[in-house]
Design a protein around this ligand. Sequence first.
Ligand SMILES: Nc1ncnc2c1ncn2[C@@H]1O[C@H](COP(=O)(O)OP(=O)(O)OP(=O)(O)O)[C@@H](O)[C@H]1O
Ligand SMILES: [Mg+2]
Length: 139
Amino acid sequence: MRYNTRDMAIFLSRSPEETKRFAAAYAKTLRPGDVVLLEGEMGAGKTAFAQGVAAGLGVREDVLSPTYAYVNSYGPMFHFDCYRIQSERQAEELGFSDYFDAGKICLVEWSENIAGLLPEGCKTVTIRKVSATEREIVT
Ligand SMILES: Nc1ncnc2c1ncn2[C@@H]1O[C@H](COP(=O)(O)OP(=O)(O)OP(=O)(O)O)[C@@H](O)[C@H]1O
Ligand SMILES: [Mg+2]
């Protein structure tokens, strides 16, 4: 758990749809260049949250897990899945630093695998499984 000096908001989602709606509203608080670390275990709902952010930003394409590509680009947003990143060196070679500097909103799953490459001032969204259908989302 990460503690910030700023206020945190806690939301209890009862379905994937609610998570997406909450994320779409959260997207309105984001500015170009913001980097958002999506934290939570496998199946927590990080990709579902990213889908909601994309919808909130007006992206019409389907947002899928970037399993093979590591990064997918959707208009004003990049979506990273670093689960399979082997090393920060690999991430550097994939040009991650350039993505972070591109002035788009970056959503990053499994950012712990690229901790040394993250820019200053990242935002964090933490999703915790409460039950099969409930998620606690801390922004
Ligand atoms: N309230 C909820 N919010 C979000 N997802 C939920 C909720 N309740 C159930 N789910 C289910 O949890 C799963 C979330 O999957 P998702 O791919 O978003 O997780 P993830 O955190 O991205 O996992 P991974 O680390 O494997 O990428 C989906 O199967 C979804 O249907
Ligand atoms: Mg995912």
